[in-house]
Design a protein. Structure first.
Length: 184
């Protein structure tokens, strides 16, 4: 079978991760003189990585987050009273696995939004379905859904989320991170 025929079959089977790296993996295998099984394992890992990356991208897009935040870019010196250990534990998403909730409370400008976005981003990286909404948008979505017979679809979006993040920027004092499924 020629390389062109193999590529055609990979397209048909939707093995785009393997398709993307096939040529370089064939060269690598030939140069390294590796066993077929090892070369195949490289290709399978490439496919898995490709699909994981795609899933993360789709989950990020569906989440409603508009930016990626991490704790590495967080200025801890700005507010040294923040409970660093507890925040890092929230980022592990353990509270989601345990069916718990988190409430971030504090004065404006203390980093709640950054931390909430970081937790949401970490949840997406862990393949958790995540929905992020500012409170006014959340309630507008719910109201609009009620008025347009889309309530079932909107409620499904929120209820299927592993993590629902609602930021209250009107009061700018609290953010609620909810494991929605445990409320059922």
């Amino acid at each position: 079978m020629s390389m062109t025929e193999i590529e055609k079959q990979l397209k048909t089977l939707r093995l785009n991760g393997i398709l993307a790296t096939l040529e370089s993996r064939v060269l690598q295998a030939n140069q390294s003189n590796v066993a077929f099984v090892e070369g195949l394992s490289w290709l399978l890992q490439d496919e898995e990585d490709y699909r994981s990356s795609g899933l993360r991208q789709r989950r990020f897009k569906a989440s409603g987050l508009n930016e990626l935040k991490t704790l590495s870019e967080f200025d801890w010196s700005f507010n040294p009273k923040l409970p660093k250990k507890e925040i890092y534990e929230l980022v592990t998403a353990k509270f989601i696995r345990d069916g718990e909730h988190a409430l971030l409370i504090g004065a404006p400008g203390t980093g709640k939004s950054h931390i909430a976005k970081t937790i949401a981003h970490a949840a997406i990286q862990s393949f958790k379905k995540t929905v992020y909404r500012e409170a006014n948008v959340f309630f507008e979505d719910m109201f609009e859904a009620e008025q347009t017979d889309k309530k079932k679809r909107v409620c499904k979006t929120f209820s299927e989320a592993d993590l629902l993040v609602i930021l209250d920027n009107t009061l700018n004092h609290s953010h609620f991170l909810c494991n929605w499924r445990s409320l059922k």
